[in-house]
Design a protein around this ligand. Structure first.
Ligand SMILES: Nc1ncnc2c1ncn2[C@@H]1O[C@H](COP(=O)(O)OP(=O)(O)O)[C@@H](O)[C@H]1O
Ligand SMILES: O=P(O)(O)OC[C@H]1O[C@](O)(COP(=O)(O)O)[C@@H](O)[C@@H]1O
Ligand SMILES: [Mg+2]
Length: 643
């Protein structure tokens, strides 16, 4: 097994490769940046409760695969270090000074995790100094601390919320690390969501830069279940269970009235897991709307038509909507760029808006009285204590976090992967958000359980057919020659590309509007890119096939084409030749087709690096520099051969 070595750059991944495509994405350890560390035998070996357990200590080579379904010849893929107690520890019991902080929104189970951290440290490792940092990150430098003892935390898991308080915003890395240093803290347990874990990563980097022997450990908290890699977040089950009560109420109300509609709004800022699971669990829901699956109201296959059908067939219906769904419909009427203190977008109330629209529509268009009851239990589902199974989950998470810190690991999030506790490097947790994949079986199960429209099918099938015809026509035009001397509207493509071309960005987006690949040739911040992509995608995807493939937006001209379920959008300077850009898009698709064989969204998602290599061969600094498919693909083929 080859390793990148002990002195890895802290900002880079610590990767270990093994046979058969085995990759360990390891987490940092004190020994990566501190020399001459003392180690001690783990006090658990003398603990009567644990000493009887056969093979209690985790083997140094134990890892957990991220991908559990594999084929005979598929590579073994990414693994994470298995969590659990190690034979040697890097702290003596009385040397440990731990602290716990909770950040971001509430979630059932926060108090359970706090309780189990305190009791785990105390009972397993004899640690007596545990501080609670009050009120989130800003508490490190602006608030009091609470001394947490097993007695203090004994009953807290029976209460919702967090006994040490929480907040948004206020993350100031150097002030936080100053406070850690001043107080002599050497284990920091940070409980929070995606934003919090980014903050934890920054704290770890600074701790490491200062060469401190301080373990920085994240414990993932999110009611929305939007943290990637882990199986699910603690509190999620509890939230789904509580959501059932609201759905039941909506159902009872709806079925008791003529033309009754129960509309329930659930949490889910960017993803619809709570709504999806609550719907699947309940079976009383006729329609579930989530941010990942855009919907529309009017016309064939739209929501109004479906509501009318449900009312006609059953006399009532229940709709569940995640708070982040349909925001693009709302922003068409009133736009809001407001953010909370952490920089999260503040959402508009889709539930209220939709209720009003449904009422208006049925009274105006159908001259029909409907009885709509809008139920908004959003905060109720997250302010409750965790249920029994979440309590056990919280216990395992907290104990795993403690074992890792005692064993000298740092810069990791403790998380469940395929049913096993693991240590996951921060960058894996923060690089993207977990979303409902609407092409997965789970969403298909939901669609088949509710019978709701997919809001895509009819329109899309027609568009796809049309696309195929256009593709054939384009193929005839370009004639597929190696030197790509296709002429379009009298323009020689090769001649054209020799002149400087102002490509500003290239996007590949699926029909749900999710960006699958983005390549920019100008300097834009991540926020600017997100905003720009949102605007462009909304604008282009809303156009019908009768409209031309060019739109002007801000100071760009956007040239786009749809190939089956993928949109290719290229932003260019206003004076560029649109037809040549269309030809460029087509060449890109043909090149990808040649490599992947009928390129589809999944090819791009799973081979993003290859798609980027192709673009790098074709475009440099916004100018097209290569048009031969063989030349574009030859570096990739070489790479594949050598691996
Ligand atoms: N990119 C970031 N870098 C550093 N700290 C961050 C970052 N994003 C959020 N935070 C901090 O993390 C804390 C919680 O973030 P927030 O987004 O409100 O909740 P959550 O962690 O639950 O997603 C806040 O104190 C915020 O300042
Ligand atoms: O607590 P606030 O600031 O009202 O925010 C509500 C948001 O918090 C959440 O519960 C979860 O947010 P975080 O996990 O990012 O803290 C969302 O579902 C919801 O949109
Ligand atoms: Mg968040």
């Amino acid at each position: 097994m080859a390793t990148t070595g002990n002195n890895v750059d802290s900002s880079k991944a610590k990767i270990v490769h093994g046979d058969a495509g085995y990759v360990l994405e390891d987490v940092p350890h004190f020994s990566d940046y501190i020399s001459d560390l003392s180690t001690y035998s783990n006090p658990l070996q003398d603990n009567p409760a644990y000493s009887v357990v056969k093979q209690y200590f985790v083997h140094v080579d134990d890892t957990v695969p991220q991908k559990i379904v594999v084929h005979k010849s598929s590579p073994r893929g990414i693994h994470f270090r298995r969590a659990g107690p190690r034979q040697r520890v890097y702290f003596q019991s009385d040397e440990v000074h731990a602290c716990i902080v909770t950040c971001g929104g509430l979630c059932p189970g926060l108090n359970t995790v706090i309780r189990e951290l305190v009791c785990g440290l105390y009972n397993m490792y004899g640690v007596k100094k545990v501080l609670g940092i009050e009120g989130g990150y800003r508490g490190f430098y602006s608030k009091n601390t609470i001394h947490l003892t097993p007695k203090f935390v004994n009953d807290i898991h029976k209460r919702g919320g967090t006994v040490i308080g929480t907040s948004r915003g206020g993350h100031d890395t150097s002030k936080i690390v100053d406070s850690i240093q001043d107080r002599g803290i050497n284990q920091v347990y940070i409980i929070g969501g995606d934003g919090t874990q980014k903050g934890a990563a920054a704290i770890y980097e600074e701790v490491r830069r200062r060469g401190l022997k301080v373990a920085v450990v994240g414990i993932p908290k999110t009611i929305d279940n939007d943290i990637p890699v882990i199986d699910k977040s603690f509190g999620f089950d509890t939230a789904v269970e509580e959501a059932q009560r609201a759905i039941n109420a909506a159902h009872v109300e709806a079925e008791s009235m003529e033309n009754g509609i129960g509309l329930v709004k659930l949490m889910g800022r960017y993803c619809g897991f709570i709504a999806m699971y609550a719907t699947l669990a309940s079976r009383d829901v006729d329609c579930c709307l989530i941010p990942e699956s855009p919907f529309y109201l009017e016309g064939a296959g739209g929501l109004y038509e479906y509501i009318a059908r449900c009312l006609k067939d059953n006399g009532h219906m229940v709709i569940v909507i995640a708070e982040g769904a349909g925001q693009e419909l709302l922003s068409g009427s009133v736009s809001s760029d407001k953010q909370d203190a952490s920089g999260n977008k503040l959402l508009q109330d889709i539930g209220l808006w939709l209720s009003q629209r449904i009422k208006d529509h049925f009274s105006k268009e159908h001259k029909m009285t409907i009885n709509l009851k809008y139920i908004d239990p959003t905060y109720m589902i997250r302010a409750i204590p965790s249920n029994a199974s979440d309590n056990v989950y919280c216990t395992l998470l907290a104990q795993s976090a403690v074992h890792g810190a005692m064993a000298g690991y740092t810069g990791y999030t403790s998380g469940l992967v395929n049913g096993r506790q693991t240590y996951i490097p921060f960058y894996r947790i923060t690089e993207k958000q977990n979303k409902v994949v609407i092409t997965d079986r789970m969403w298909a199960r939901l669609l088949s359980s509710t019978n709701q429209p997919s809001f895509l099918i009819g329109k899309d099938v027609a568009e796809e057919k049309k696309e195929e015809e256009t593709l054939n026509q384009m193929n005839q035009l370009s004639n597929n020659t190696e030197d790509e001397t296709a002429f379009l509207a009298g323009v020689s493509f090769v001649e054209f590309v020799k002149s400087r071309m102002g490509i500003r960005f290239i996007l590949m987006v699926n029909k749900q509007g999710q960006t699958r690949l983005a390549q920019y040739y100008e300097n834009l911040t991540l926020e600017e890119r997100r905003a720009l992509e949102g605007e462009i995608v909304r604008k282009c995807l809303a156009r019908n096939e009768q409209q031309c493939s060019f739109v002007e937006h801000r100071n760009y001209k956007i040239v786009y084409r749809r190939y089956a379920s993928l949109f290719f959008l290229v932003g260019v300077d206003n004076d560029e030749n649109e037809l040549a850009i269309l030809e460029f898009i087509h060449l890109l698709v043909e090149t990808m087709d040649r490599h992947f064989g009928n390129v589809c969204e999944l090819d791009i998602m799973f081979h993003l690096e290859k798609a980027h290599f192709m673009l790098e061969e074709m475009v440099m600094n916004g100018c097209i520099v290569e048009t031969s498919k063989s030349n574009i693909l030859s570096p990739i083929q070489l790479m594949e051969k050598s691996s």
